[in-house]
Design a protein around this ligand. Structure first.
Ligand code: MG
Length: 353
């Protein structure tokens, strides 16, 4: 046995000794899609986290919309910075509850890998046009299982895959009561709530920056409970999740919770964002224009398979043309979709020499 193996085993032992009995231990993972030898140095979830960071779809998050389309301002969030904020919030909660931080971070970093270009508008469009439907959590699973590494996938553990596919339900419950919607690990449940905490706060911040809303427009009942500033609001929500969860610790069971007043204030703030930001004319209007790009590219690809294969740089399709076109469009960044549309549909300007 090499020295390396001893390192991984000692890290696994450290988890057993230091983590809560409710944490998911790396050594007790249900395993990977395809069996693989363990890494000498890193426990399973740490390895998954690294695989996600090294993936191409992770790098593409940099140029995918969070709310504001291809923003030119340097301070607007993108899918990548959103993902990092989710990871930070989720790790803070996990660490305080003595859960597995590596697992939490791997799920958080991978949770939005299935996101389309142009934010939720892109998702809606693909759901309407593709015969098999579309949802970003399920697409996230396709990305890590099938699409990454030229069809080989990342071969992640069951717990990370489960956390990715169960991380979101749009306007659904903040803390799901339906067991089929709940991640099977507490770490996965932490990421779902961290996702909501991150986006309600940073979308509010970005919307104020963009002038779509004013600080004074925030419903006063939300500010009273959550705080007056961006930092205060995150702090209130994070602490509330940790303290409420520790209080609800009953008969050896633990379930992720929030207090009623904070939960209601978060839901109210999210409704306010839908009303005044996501569904507002200025944000939605841009999305309608962007949707046209995806619809026309999808039509072009499904009608002209040769052109599609050339674009994908492949000799043949790995599934039906509809499925392949949908995967390809979903993987694009905003700017790639813009450039491709321009190249396919718009005449090139003549250069004057
Ligand atoms: Mg997210």
């Amino acid at each position: 046995m090499g020295v390396g193996v001893l390192i991984r085993e000692s890290l696994e032992e450290l988890e057993r000794v230091t983590l809560s009995p409710h944490a998911q231990l790396s050594s007790q993972s249900k395993g990977r899609l395809r069996e693989e030898e363990e890494c000498d140095l890193r426990p399973a979830f740490q390895r998954d986290r690294d695989r996600i960071i090294h993936s191409k779809s992770f790098r593409r998050l940099k140029h995918k919309t969070q709310v504001f389309l291809s923003p030119t301002g340097d301070h607007y969030r993108t899918r990548l910075t959103h993902t990092l904020e989710v990871a930070q919030i989720a790790r803070t909660i996990s660490k305080a509850l003595r859960l597995n931080e590596d697992l939490t971070e791997a799920i958080a970093l991978g949770h939005d890998l299935g996101h389309t270009p142009f934010g939720h508008a892109g998702e809606e469009v693909l759901n309407q046009i593709s015969p098999q439907g579309f949802s970003h959590p399920e697409q996230g699973l396709r990305v890590v299982d099938l699409l990454e590494r030229e069809g080989k996938g990342l071969n992640l553990t069951y717990e990370v895959r489960d956390g990715i596919v169960k991380h979101s339900k749009g306007k659904g419950e903040v803390i799901p009561t339906n067991p089929s919607e709940k991640a099977s690990t507490l770490e996965g449940q932490v990421v779902r709530i961290a996702d909501i905490i991150a986006y309600v706060n940073h979308d509010l911040d970005d919307a104020i920056r963009a002038g779509v809303i004013d600080e004074q427009d925030i419903p006063p009942e939300c500010s009273q409970i959550l705080g007056q500033t961006h930092g205060e609001r995150i702090d209130t929500m994070v602490k509330d999740v940790i303290y409420s969860t520790l209080c609800c610790h009953q008969q050896g069971k633990i379930s992720l919770s929030m207090s009623q007043p904070v939960l209601e204030a978060v839901v109210r703030l999210r409704d306010f964002l839908y009303e005044r930001v996501y569904d507002s004319e200025v944000v939605h209007g841009d999305f309608v224009k962007a949707s046209k790009i995806l619809i026309e590219l999808y039509e072009k690809f499904t009608r002209d398979v040769d052109l599609f294969l050339r674009e994908m740089d492949r000799d043949n399709l790995y599934d039906t043309i509809e499925v392949c076109a949908c995967d390809y469009l979903a993987g694009m960044t905003d700017r790639y979709a813009f450039h491709l549309y321009e190249r396919i549909y718009l005449p090139k300007p003549w250069l004057i020499l």
